[in-house]
Design a protein around this ligand. Sequence first.
Ligand SMILES: C[S@@+](CC[C@H](N)C(=O)[O-])C[C@H]1O[C@@H](n2cnc3c(N)ncnc32)[C@H](O)[C@@H]1O
Ligand code: SF4
Length: 373
Amino acid sequence: MAGIYIHIPFCKQACHYCNFHFSTLHNNMPEMLDAIIKEASLQKNYLQEAIETIYLGGGTPSIYKPSDIEKIITHLHQTFTVIPNVEITLEANPDDITEEKLQQWKNIGINRLSIGIQSFVEEDLKWMNRAHNSFQALHCLQIATKYFNNITVDLIYGTPYLTNEQWKKNIDTVVQFNIPHISCYALTVEPKTVLHTLIQKNKLPNIDIEKQAQHFEILTNTLAKAHYEHYEISNFATSGFRSKHNSSYWQGKHYLGFGPSAHSFNGISRQWNISNNALYFKSIAQNKVLYEIEILTTKQQLNEYIMTALRTIEGISLQHVKENFSEEEKEKLLSRSKKLITQQLLSIENNFLKLTPQAKFLADGIAADLFVD
Ligand SMILES: C[S@@+](CC[C@H](N)C(=O)[O-])C[C@H]1O[C@@H](n2cnc3c(N)ncnc32)[C@H](O)[C@@H]1O
Ligand code: SF4
């Protein structure tokens, strides 16, 4: 089974922290819709497996009319073998959500909504330069829960002014709406963002790692009490509501991405489309997809597995390492993990190498210590 990712590269306005690929000029939105649909036809032989998940992300997919999104979904059904109970997620921004659209999204087959709330605190939303305010953050959940039961909400923590109390309240608010899935990200300062410039000019305080660690602890404690499973470092779900699409990335399943900057993976190579709308149009018009490609070496494949598996609740399967790499690689990995086990950052349970609860906030650094050189 495999997944499809569609990148919609348009947003109403640029959030100050974001360096994903998007444009705030919307004049060529119809052209982009046609190009993405054409790219799906051009790439139809990339995957041999049936499609079990479709994810419309961005950018801001909810910026398109539901009837436009329907054109993409219909074309995917015509072009690929899509399983009957396919998970179809749409990323929607709070300011785009209305009862009429919710009904239309349901009608066209969207069965999972990913809402980018980020924060319910007005001051937070202001410095982020979000297109929505705190009233819209609440209101969209009030109406979305009438139409969808499979909803995920994105929140960002460790932001310049957010206090521990405000952060706890942000999490509690989502829990009170019985939202079954929550993704929470520590704010990162990406190069070439307004946030980066504001921090450099001392107009915003820099990231405080200590505060981010406190927020992470508040997060894990609050959601554990509310019976969410912490199934990946940034992801929490109630029973039966893990993201099938994201889980397949972490399980090394194959996926195909359409649209500028979208990534694809077929087990042997990883490729990513050009992050430039004009060049993307030009290549698609010539029946070509412009991408860069990287053939993964065995070492890279093992390091990717270590990186992604360590972030999950299950951890690194030593059996998987033995079967897919070698007994020798498994032994070497165990020897690299010895010191981390003594420091109580890692543990071994049922032949899985896992992070201990106190090590979860340090996952990326620990993964780097486990990498093959
Ligand atoms: C690329 S965005 C797309 C979602 C949608 N456009 C939105 O903004 O709600 C996916 C998620 O990544 C997170 N994100 C993006 N940039 C981030 C950053 N610099 N630090 C932390 N989280 C970030 C946000 O939570 C966001 O909802
Ligand atoms: S966070 Fe979302 S809405 Fe904001 S610029 Fe990035 S992709 Fe667009």
